[in-house]
Design a protein around this ligand. Sequence first.
Ligand SMILES: Nc1ncnc2c1ncn2[C@@H]1O[C@H](COP(=O)(O)OP(=O)(O)OP(=O)(O)O)[C@@H](O)[C@H]1O
Length: 252
Amino acid sequence: MATHTGGLTKTEGHATVRIENLVRSFGERRVLDGLDLSIAPGEFVALLGRSGSGKSTLLRALARLDHEVAGGGELTAPDHVSVVFQDARLLPWKRLLDNVVLGLDGPSARERGTAALAEVGLAGRERAWPVELSGGEQQRVSLARSLVREPQLLLADEPFGALDALTRIRMHALLRRLCERHRPAVLLVTHDVDEAIALADRVVVLDRGRIAADLPVDLPAPRRGGSAEYAALRGRLLARLGVDLVEEDNAA
Ligand SMILES: Nc1ncnc2c1ncn2[C@@H]1O[C@H](COP(=O)(O)OP(=O)(O)OP(=O)(O)O)[C@@H](O)[C@H]1O
């Protein structure tokens, strides 16, 4: 496990992610301003925040994709990190299995890739081309490509944001199943409060560069919108995001 301290690296850690006093700035603007966050092994955390609040900036810091960004603080993240983006980012000139195992070594790589494609519901499609797939299927391949690497940390930046509502519900169920089986720690960036509640063990809200709310999701599965507890949690999260449900109802 690598710890980055103001650009230095040292080894240590119990939590999968430990962030202390993280600062990231673009010019004069401090997007992350002394942010603290820990994620335990196997824990699923959803990250909400208004547009421009710095969610992707935090994710990029965790993925070590922000070397050119000014900042400081302590950030501990595991060596094995996978990232899933809103677009699947498959290589169009490679077949599905080749996309999944890209960069993997070892004699069992293709076998594991084939098993990963089966896990996401694409058994038998190893030789298909990305262009032959729907958007939802492409995201399934992207999940297979991430999980075949058995990451300790899965970072997901609005992975279902471009999908239709029905496909998104199926992808939620798939992601939950995959996470129960592989048990990575997860940080899921989303704009969707219901998606956060449906999937996460904990929901955190980013505001003015820091974690402004950190709420456990103690609701039984399947988490449906009907219960009073669900509505209360949803209301608290929306309030943290600056949406007052009573005011919105009165305005309608
Ligand atoms: N490379 C960059 N150069 C300059 N400013 C940047 C850069 N990347 C991000 N920013 C700024 O930092 C702020 C946070 O951006 P970020 O993408 O992290 O927000 P976000 O919460 O993920 O937003 P959204 O929900 O709209 O995707 C924004 O004001 C953005 O314009």
